[in-house]
Design a binder for this molecule. Sequence first.
Ligand SMILES: Nc1ncnc2c1ncn2[C@@H]1O[C@H](COP(=O)(O)OP(=O)(O)OP(=O)(O)O)[C@@H](O)[C@H]1O
Ligand SMILES: [Mg+2]
Length: 223
Amino acid sequence: MIGKFIVFEGVEGGGKTTQIELLRDWLLGKGQSGQILSKSIDLEVVITREPGGTKLGKALRELLLNPDVLTEKIQETAELLLYAADRAQHIETLIKPYLEKEAIVLCDRFIDSTIAYQGYGRGLDLELIQQLNYIATGGLKSDLTFWLDIDVEIGLARAKNRGKIDRMEQANIEFHRRVQQGYQELAKNNSLIVRIDANLTQEKVQKQIQAIIIEKLVEWKYI
Ligand SMILES: Nc1ncnc2c1ncn2[C@@H]1O[C@H](COP(=O)(O)OP(=O)(O)OP(=O)(O)O)[C@@H](O)[C@H]1O
Ligand SMILES: [Mg+2]
């Protein structure tokens, strides 16, 4: 597999979706600094997300996150398994095929979300989650993960400003603080997770991401 799999993680409202789109445009040479990259590389860049990167995933996303679609409370273990089902389908039908075509896959959330939300947030067994993540991914890991680290309250306020809030965003602040602590622990123990200060302006956050990407594109011999 020769493409690159780049993941964006973090609590609600940290700017993952915003930054992924800015990065895609920049990589494709549409952004302000595009000329740095556009000279010699011909990239295919794909944006996807979890849950919801496939047709099955979209249906699961509605069940998992839209409180109007399913009014019944989802039990914690059921929630864990639904996220895993989304991931298994996503890996086999979208992520692996694109990586095999040498694309750069930019993915909004991946296995670290399960550890942070279902593990630290809900309190489910971390060992069990690791095993389930392994079953769902077949061991596929990201080549690079950006952790958009934002103050929990600021992130939630941004998400609320954006409009209707989803099932996760409705959870209490203590839940989100535990999720945040999960990301802190993950970043401490994994050198492939790069912390980005996401409290700054969109432009400043994007600049931090681009600086890392340039280093990585050199390391990966794209430029
Ligand atoms: N750096 C920033 N400063 C201020 N507002 C921002 C910044 N980045 C994004 N926003 C705004 O904050 C809101 C949340 O951003 P975005 O949807 O990108 O976050 P997200 O991490 O994808 O959230 P979620 O976890 O809910 O999917 C959006 O309305 C977006 O326009
Ligand atoms: Mg988003």
